[in-house]
Each structure stands twice: as C-alpha cells, then as structure tokens.
Design a protein around this ligand. Structure first.
Ligand code: TLP
Length: 341
C-alpha cells in the first residue's frame, strides 16, 4: 500500500527506535525526565523561546495554548478553515468557553486588514477579542506557507490592540524548509507556538508548546488539568530529538514529491489541482470533472494499492512523507492514471 492519507502515518525508523530504547528516563510529573527536559530546552531554543512544554498531541498543544491565553467569553480570531476551528471537536468551546471569530482567507492566509476589521470594540455587547491564531503551514488550504511579511503586519495590529498571537505550527518545519526562513524568525512574532514531531518529522507521538517562561508555567498547569502529565515520557522525547536532528532538511524531498504528484494528477481528465497552493507536502484534488464522487475514487484507488482521503464530495487529499519514496510516487501516479483514465 502507498499510504498518502497523512504524514501522521509514518513509522519510526530503526535509528529512532534505537534512540527510544536507550533513552535515559525519569518521572516527568516530578520534572525528573532528563531526555524530556533536554527536548524541551532544545526545541524552545530552536524556536527562539524561553521555555518549552512537551504534550502528547497537536490538538492538546493547541487547546492548552488557547486555554492559557484566554478566559471564558473571550474571542479568538482565526482563519475559517483553521484546524483548531474545524477539526478539534469543538475544543475552543468545550475547554476554554471562547468564541471563534472566523475570517475567510485566501489559501489559508488572512491579512492584517482583515484581522483589524475583526477586532471588537470596547462595548458591553461584544466578547473581548483576546487572541489572533495563525496556522502555518495551513493544512486545509493545501499546506500553504503563511507569508512572513503579513505575519509581521498582523503582529503590529495585535500590539495596537493588546492581543496575543499563537501559531499552530504542526507543520512549521515544512514552512521553514519551503521558505528558507529560520525557525526562530518565523516564530518571533508569536507569544506561543505549537509544533508536532509526529507529522513530517516521523516521530510516533509528540508535540511541543514554546513561549515565555511565564506562559509555559501557566500552560504546564493546564496540561495537568487536561490529563497530559506523563511519566517516563523520555522514551517519546528521544524519538522527537531524533526527529529534529535527522528529519528536517529531508522535508524538501516530500515537497518535491508533492509537486510531481500534483502536476501529474492535474493533467488527468476531470481532475484539477491548484498547483500554486502546492508549496509543501499536501495536495488537494478537485475531482468534480470526473463525474465521480471523492469516496468512489478513494475506494477505487484503495483497491489498487493507494490510500488517500476524500475530504469533500468531490475532493481528495494526498500527503507525502518519510515513508513514501520517489518510486512510490511514480507508482501512485500510474495507479491514479488507471483509476481516472
Ligand atoms: N491534522 C491531521 C488531521 O487531524 C486532519 C492530518 O492528518 O493532517 N494542527 C494542524 C494544522 C494539523 O494538521 C493537525 C493534525 C493538528 C493540529 C492536530 O494534531 P494531532 O492529530 O497530532 O493532535
């Protein structure tokens, strides 16, 4: 099977498993896991932040940050297809009691003018705007990179209105490799950043929140409340350390594969891909011209050995990653051709 459903499907490579098996560990609820402490310091430094906090998932990273930044009744500005709004099971409402003020972006990008227009005035009728949320890369928009110049303009608007800024950087590594902008520079305008090790970097489990020492202290408490305090988590942290040490530059290969796949699929009858949106490792296909539904095509591809996800009545998503080789991409293109031809 060539599994293009997500970059979360990767399995730990032998070197990673070895690092996990040999990890020095302790009880992290007592703050005594040396491997976990090392990961937190290392990745916080890579992102130019004072402190880091390891959490089990990208969703928990986002939701702990949301909770730490806000109070019930506050409002958070985010793009209308943001993962935290669409795919985190209503977490902002359930866990933080906040309102999401969604703004339609172009390829996942919202502008500083849109943010400024979405901020509520000081009026008893309105929820107070507290936080601006940016997703980089933007999953649903096709793995697009948020332009740094616009982030800086949004920061200026946020400063004028005393708002905090969070980046859902589940795939920040891909944004860094695609744009060539240092991680620290991308992260600088944000008060908090969440990153995942379990997507393109190929670790089995794990995400991290980075921010000021004070922010992380508060987030640490919310992680405990959300049930995210772990014990000998150094076994997981060792996989994440291996991932950041070995698997960042190779993301360029995944991006090349995605571009090749996108170009070949766009040329198939009835299929269209917004090629300009393919900046990293995610490809969305519009198959409405085939007269068949996304799920029908998903099933036909599965029978021939390619897994993708139908993300809408006429949309499919394919994601490239560590466990998909150049030959797999060529084979997948051939199978798509048979199914759609
Ligand atoms: N995204 C998953 C699915 O939930 C859709 C995927 O396969 O792409 N932020 C962003 C931008 C994400 O894409 C995801 C996962 C998360 C947060 C949540 O990470 P996990 O699933 O590890 O909690």
């Amino acid at each position: 099977m060539i599994d293009l459903r997500s970059d979360t499907v990767t399995r730990p490579v032998p070197g990673m498993r070895k690092a996990m098996a040999g990890a020095e560990v302790g009880d992290d609820v007592f703050g005594e896991d040396p491997t976990l402490n090392l990961l937190q310091e290392k990745v916080a430094a890579m992102l130019g932040k004072e402190a880091g906090l390891f959490v089990p998932s990208g969703v928990m990273a986002n939701q702990v940050c949301m909770k730490t930044h806000t109070q019930a009744g506050d409002e958070v500005i985010m793009e209308s297809d943001a993962h935290a709004f669409q795919y985190e099971s209503g977490g902002p409402a359930v866990l933080s009691g906040v309102m999401c003020k969604t703004v339609f972006g172009k390829r996942g990008v919202i502008t500083a003018d849109q943010v400024a227009a979405a901020i509520r005035g000081d009026n008893v009728h309105f929820p107070p705007t507290r936080l601006v949320w940016i997703e980089n890369t933007h999953n649903k928009a096709g793995g697009t990179v948020f332009p740094q110049a616009e982030i800086i303009k949004i920061r200026a608007v946020a400063d004028t209105h005393g708002l905090a800024m969070h980046m859902d950087g589940a795939r920040l590594w891909n944004a860094h490799v695609a744009s060539g902008i240092p991680l620290e520079e991308i992260a600088r305008p944000f008060d908090s950043v969440s990153v995942c090790f379990s997507k393109g970097l190929g670790a089995p489990v794990g995400s991290l929140i980075a921010g000021s020492r004070d922010f992380i202290k508060k987030a640490h408490r919310w992680r405990k409340v959300f049930g995210g305090g772990m014990r000998q988590a150094g076994i997981l942290a060792a996989a994440s350390i291996y991932a950041v040490d070995h698997h960042i530059p190779r993301l360029a290969e995944d991006h090349d594969h995605a571009r090749k796949l996108a170009g070949a699929l766009d040329a198939l009858p009835g299929v269209s891909v917004d090629l300009d949106s393919v900046e990293t490792n995610i490809v969305f296909l519009d198959v409405s011209g085939t007269g068949r539904s996304g799920t029908e095509i998903e099933e036909a591809l599965r029978e021939k050995g390619v897994l993708v996800i139908a993300t809408g009545p006429h949309a499919l998503r394919a994601v490239t990653h560590l466990d998909v080789s150049g030959e797999d991409i060529d084979r997948a293109i051939g199978i798509f051709g048979q199914v759609m031809g």
